[in-house]
Design a binder for this molecule. Structure first.
Ligand code: SF4
Ligand code: SF4
Length: 383
């Protein structure tokens, strides 16, 4: 869910069960907002919506189970590896928070608990691998190529050094979908948008898996880059980068998602109508977490016919890719994606989404209908 102000990005304290009785303290000794944990009244409403529980069926892998485990950690249970599979298998999709009658925000609590486990040295191998990749190469894939490899030398040389607007590409589009990056930048260049000279991972993988101190270093690097360019607005086509830049960075940034930017500039883009019927998958971190529901629909409807999926907007089901689950629990992640594909209506030509991680996970799940990023649809309408 979107935060009231910025999230805490670190400085959690040592585990210490002795402080459990301090009801007035907002921050518990476990580095988790005590009130947010005790908000959970164990009603179980979230059991019926947690997509991970739907697939694995363990009590410890549903939202209520996770909240109970975190509560036990607050009350002195030693942090150990047996809690990892419960906490590390949450995609942070946020549907539990949207449905919770008590107003609890389990994904925020899970993220805070993961950070505390990291602090106590309790991590999974997948988490460590991800952190090492980001910290040594500046991207979540451990790629050593230049982040701007998708531009020619002459294109790079022509990039404006200063601009009010900067396109934050993200690891996924830089290294896995450079064609999305290229198409996005082709559109954005019409509006004088430039790129950061040395962009690094937005820090989302580190923040979602609990490596807060490392995340702070990367965020500071990117902030310095943004200052260098002099940009007042950051545009990104990745839902994970979007929510991170907007809600987790230590400095207030004006962040716009690509669908919002496109929706604002429909007239200038002069898109042609195409005889297609598509459906739209709401990425959790764009939709539920930030309420960006209308902009992508506006863009799609300017181009072709939109036929909605079975569960949309706040009720949209997770693709399974987020929260480190794709890397840590690939089988669970794919099963979630397969379940999401069941929501696709009959008679559509494409499944459109606006997050490269959703594209990747839904594509990996198979199915007969091609999954495309919204920028690909826009590119077709510009031809
Ligand atoms: S998180 Fe909310 S919905 Fe889930 S068990 Fe707790 S109170 Fe109920
Ligand atoms: S955020 Fe999603 S995956 Fe995590 S506990 Fe809530 S419903 Fe389950």
């Amino acid at each position: 869910m979107k935060n009231e102000g910025k999230k805490e990005t670190g400085r959690s304290e040592e585990l210490n069960g002795k402080e459990v009785g301090e009801k007035n303290s907002k921050e518990s000794s476990f580095g988790v907002d005590r009130r947010s944990v005790y908000k959970c009244v164990q009603c179980g409403t979230c059991r019926s919506v947690c997509p991970v529980f739907d697939v694995v069926g363990w009590e410890s892998a549903n939202t209520r189970g996770r909240m109970l485990i975190i509560k036990s950690l607050l009350e002195g249970r030693p942090p150990s590896e047996d809690v990892l599979s419960s906490l590390a298998s949450c995609t942070t999709c946020g549907i539990c928070a949207a449905k919770c009658p008590a107003g609890a925000n389990p994904p925020e609590v899970v993220e805070a608990a993961r950070a505390q486990l990291v602090k106590c040295g309790v991590t999974t191998e997948a988490q460590e691998k991800l952190k090492a990749a980001v910290m040594t190469s500046g991207n979540s894939f451990g790629e050593t190529r230049s982040r701007l490899h998708w531009l020619s030398d002459s294109e790079r040389a022509k990039l404006p050094e200063k601009s009010d607007y900067v396109y934050f590409v993200g690891c996924f589009d830089s290294y896995r979908y450079p064609e999305f990056a290229k198409k996005t930048f082709e559109v954005l260049q019409r509006f004088g948008v430039t790129l950061l000279p040395d962009e690094q991972c937005c820090a989302s993988p580190l923040l979602r898996t609990g490596f807060l101190e490392d995340a702070e270093k990367i965020m500071e690097h990117n902030l310095e880059q943004i200052r260098k360019v002099g940009a007042h607005t950051v545009i990104t086509g990745c839902a994970g980068c979007y929510t991170t830049l907007k809600n987790n960075y230590p400095e207030e940034l004006r962040v716009i998602s690509l669908p919002e930017f496109l929706a604002e500039h429909l007239e200038e883009l002069n898109l042609k109508h195409i005889d297609l019927t598509v459906t739209y998958h709401d990425p959790c971190h764009l939709g539920r977490h930030n309420k960006v529901y209308d902009a992508p629909r506006k863009v799609i409807q300017a181009i072709c016919t939109l036929k909605e999926m079975k569960n949309i907007k706040e009720n949209s089901r997770c693709c399974g890719g987020g929260g480190g689950v794709r890397i840590g629990y690939p089988d669970i992640s794919l099963e979630l994606a397969r379940n999401r594909l069941e929501d696709v209506p009959e008679g559509v030509d494409y499944i459109v989404t606006s997050c490269p991680l959703c594209v990747r996970n839904l594509r990996d799940a198979g199915g007969d209908i091609e999954i495309i990023d919204i920028v690909e649809l826009v590119a077709m309408a510009l031809e």
